[in-house]
Design a protein around this ligand. Structure first.
Ligand SMILES: [Zn+2]
Length: 608
C-alpha cells in the first residue's frame, strides 16, 4: 500500500506560508487569474503534502503521542487550507467570462472532490482515526511465554502453525484484543466522515470513495468481474476444502460448508499461499522443486537489503530510474531490533513530494513474501518518480487500482520460470510442475481479489447506514460467507468487531483498489509481454527482466499520473478500453482445466 509526510524547520515554514495563503486577496474575472491561482494552489499543495508525509512517516516509524499529535495538527491545517482554496477557486470560476481549459477544470474537480471537513470535523476525525491506528499497532496478545503484536508476529504464526487449537486461540485473541475497543470509535469515525461528505453533496462517504474510480456504477462493475471469476474461485475453494479435510478431518472441514477462517494460513484468510504444503499434491512439485522458493532465497543468502537491490535491478533492467540516495538512507526495510517503542509493521511506501525523497517501511524477513512485497512497494515508488513532473494535483495513479497494480504486474514476471532460473530452478517446468506453480500463485492472488470485494462492500453498506450498528459484525460475516465462502470458527459476541482486526479498517484506507488491481495487473502483464516478445508469447514463460520496450510503455502510462481519465490512459498506452477478467482467466486456464479434472475424478463437491 502507499501512505498518504518532518522536521521543526519544515513546520515553521509551512505555518508561515499557510498564513500568507489565507490572507492574499484574489481578484476575479480574468482567465489568467485562474491559471495563476491554480499554480499557487499546486505550489502550496506540494509543501503541505511534504509536510504531511513527513509527519505520517514519523508517526508510523515511532508511534507515540507526540508524533500522533504532530500528524493530527498537520492534517487539520491541510483540511482548513483545502477548504479555503476550493472556495477561492470556485468563486474565480463563477466570475469568469470565458470557459476554463479542460486541464484546469480537471485539476479543480480532482482537488475539490471528497468530504469537506470543517475545522471541528477535521479535529474530531483526526482524534478518532489516530486512536484507532494506535490500538491496531500497539495492542499485544500474550500467550504462553510470548506477548506479540498482530503484525508481523501473530500474522506469521498464523502462516506457520498447523495446530488447529493454537490457530483458533491466536485468531480469536487478536480479534478480542482490538475489536471491542475499536467498535465505538469506528462508529464515531463513520458519523464524522458522513457529515463531511454531505457538506460536499454526497449521500455518504462511501459515494465519495467510489467517485475516485470514475465508474458510474462501480458496484455493478465489481459484481460483473466477481461473477466472471466465480467459477474458477469456486473450484479453487472446493479443492482447498477437499485437501484440508484430508489433513484436519471432516469434523473441522465440513462438506459443502464455508471454510473456517483460522485454517487458511493467514490472519484474515486473504491469501492461502502459506498452506500450499497442504494443498499442492506431491506429483505437482517435481524433483527440482523439492526446495521451496524460501529455501532458494536462503541458499542464495539474500538479506532483505539484497532483495531490495534485486528489485531495483529488475526495474532498472526495464529502463526505469534507480532508487534515489534518500531512498536508501531513510527507508526502513527491517524491524529495528528492540526499538523500545511501537512501530508500524504494515508494508507501505511514501512520496515526500520533493522529487528525491521516496521511502519504504517494511518489517522484512528473509522470505519469498518479503521479496514480492518489495517489488510491490517499489512499484509505488517508481510511480511517484515517473509522475513527479506533473503538477502536484495530478501526482497520483490514473485511479487507485493503477497504483496497486504496477509492482504486482512485475511480480508475475518474477514468478515466471524464465526469471526463477536465476535462482537455480529449471527455466522450463514440466507441465505438471507448471500446474503446481500456478496453483501456488492462485492461492496467493485469487482469494485476495474476493476478500477485497468483502472488505469494501461491507464498508459501503456501513457508510450508507443501511446496516444498523448492532448488526455490523453479523453483516461482516454474512458477506464473508456469501462472497468468500469463509466462516467464523466461533460464535461471535455482541461486542465483537472483527473488521478492526484488519489494518485498512482502522487505517481507513480503501480496499477496492486491490480488487481491480487483481485483474489489471494480469492485463498489464499480458500486454507488456506481447509488446516485448510478440503476440504469440506464452505468458507463463514471459519474463520482463531487461524488457526495454515494455518498460517504455509502462513508464508512459505511469508518467501521465492522473492528468487524464484512466480509461484514456489505458487506451492510449495499451489499447484497452476497460478492466477485464479475461487475461486472468487465460493465465490460469491450465490450472482451471486441471481443477476440473480433479473435481470430477475425486467427486469433490463445489459451493458452500
Ligand atoms: Zn500497495
Amino acid at each position: 500500500m502507499k501512505l498518504g509526510t518532518k522536521s521543526c524547520a519544515d513546520r515553521r515554514r509551512g505555518e508561515l506560508f499557510l498564513w500568507n495563503a489565507l490572507t492574499i486577496v484574489v481578484a476575479y474575472g480574468s482567465p489568467d487569474r485562474i491559471a495563476s491561482r491554480l499554480d499557487r494552489a499546486n505550489q502550496e499543495f506540494e509543501v503541505l503534502r511534504h509536510w504531511e508525509a513527513s509527519a505520517a512517516w514519523n508517526a508510523s516509524i515511532q508511534i507515540n503521542i507526540w508524533n500522533q499529535n504532530e500528524l493530527k495538527q498537520v492534517q487539520n491545517e491541510k483540511e482548513l487550507w483545502k477548504l479555503h482554496t476550493c472556495t477561492d477557486l470556485e468563486h474565480i470560476v463563477e466570475h469568469l467570462s470565458t470557459n476554463i481549459s479542460r486541464d484546469q477544470s480537471r485539476q479543480i474537480s480532482l482537488f475539490c472532490r471528497g468530504p469537506k471537513y470543517t475545522p471541528e470535523l477535521s479535529r474530531a476525525f483526526e482524534e478518532v482515526q489516530q486512536e484507532l491506528y494506535r490500538i491496531y499497532h500497539t495492542s499485544l496478545v500474550c500467550y504462553g511465554d510470548f506477548c506479540e503484536h498482530g503484525e508481523p508476529e501473530l500474522a506469521r504464526r498464523m502462516e506457520q502453525s498447523r495446530d488447529p487449537q493454537f490457530l483458533l486461540t491466536i485468531w480469536h485473541a487478536w480479534r478480542h484484543r482490538v475489536g471491542p475497543k475499536g467498535k465505538p470509535l469506528y462508529r464515531d469515525m463513520v458519523q464524522i466522515m458522513n457529515q463531511a461528505a454531505r457538506r460536499n453533496g454526497y449521500d455518504n462517504v462511501g459515494a465519495a470513495w467510489k467517485e475516485v474510480h470514475d465508474l458510474p456504477k462501480i458496484e455493478n462493475e465489481v459484481k460483473r468481474l466477481y461473477d466472471e471469476i466465480l467459477p474458477f474461485y469456486q473450484r479453487l475453494h472446493a479443492w482447498v476444502r477437499f485437501r484440508l479435510s484430508k489433513f484436519y478431518g471432516e469434523d473441522l472441514i465440513e462438506r459443502l460448508r464455508p471454510l473456517p477462517a483460522h485454517l487458511l494460513g493467514n490472519m484474515w484468510a486473504q491469501s492461502w499461499e502459506a498452506i500450499a504444503d497442504l494443498i499442492v499434491p506431491e506429483d505437482l512439485l517435481g524433483s527440482n522443486q523439492d526446495f521451496t522458493l524460501e529455501d532458494v532465497l536462503a541458499i542464495s543468502n539474500l538479506s532483505v537489503v539484497d532483495m531490495a537491490k534485486s528489485a531495483e535491478e529488475y526495474f532498472v533492467s526495464m529502463g526505469f530510474q534507480p532508487m534515489t540516495s534518500s531512498f536508501w538512507r531513510y527507508s526502513q526495510l527491517e524491524k529495528p531490533v528492540d526499538p523500545g517503542f511501537p512501530t508500524s509493521c504494515h508494508p507501505s511506501s511514501l512520496d515526500l513530494y520533493n522529487g528525491d525523497d521516496f521511502r519504504i517501511e517494511l518489517c522484512g524477513q528473509q522470505t519469498w513474501d518479503t521479496f514480492l512485497t518489495l517489488h510491490h512497494e517499489m512499484g509505488h515508488i517508481q510511480y511517484y518518480m515517473n509522475y513527479h513532473h506533473q503538477p502536484p494535483i495530478f501526482r497520483d495513479g490514473a485511479n487507485p487500482s493503477f497504483h496497486e497494480s504496477i509492482g504486482d504486474c512485475i511480480n508475475y514476471g518474477i514468478q515466471s520460470p524464465a526469471f526463477l532460473k536465476r535462482f537455480g530452478l529449471k527455466s522450463k517446468l514440466e507441465p505438471n510442475v507448471m500446474i503446481g506453480h500456478l496453483l501456488k500463485q492462485a492461492l496467493s492472488r485469487i482469494p485476495l481479489i474476493v476478500w477485497s470485494y468483502v472488505v469494501d462492500q461491507w464498508r459501503w453498506d456501513v457508510f450508507s447506514e443501511k446496516v444498523p450498528f448492532t448488526e455490523w459484525n453479523d453483516h461482516w460475516w454474512d458477506l464473508r460467507e456469501q462472497i468468500q465462502g469463509v466462516q467464523s470458527p466461533l460464535p461471535r459476541h455482541p461486542d465483537s468487531f472483527d473488521p478492526m482486526a484488519k489494518f485498512h479498517i482502522p487505517d481507513n484506507s480503501p480496499y477496492i483498489p486491490y480488487f481491480f488491481a487483481g485483474f489489471l495487473q494480469v492485463q498489464l502483464y499480458e500486454r507488456l509481454c506481447q509488446v516485448e516478445h510478440g503476440s504469440t508469447i506464452d505468458v507463463h514463460q514471459c519474463d520482463l527482466w531487461g524488457a526495454k520496450r515494455a518498460g517504455h510503455v509502462l513508464r508512459s502510462l505511469m508518467s501521465a499520473g492522473q492528468s487524464q481519465p484512466w480509461k484514456r490512459v489505458l487506451m492510449d498506452n495499451l489499447g484497452m478500453a476497460s478492466i477485464s477478467a479475461q487475461p486472468l482467466l487465460r493465465y490460469y486456464d491450465p490450472l482451471i482445466r486441471w481443477l476440473d479434472e480433479m473435481i470430477e475424478r475425486e467427486s469433490i463437491p463445489i459451493g458452500w
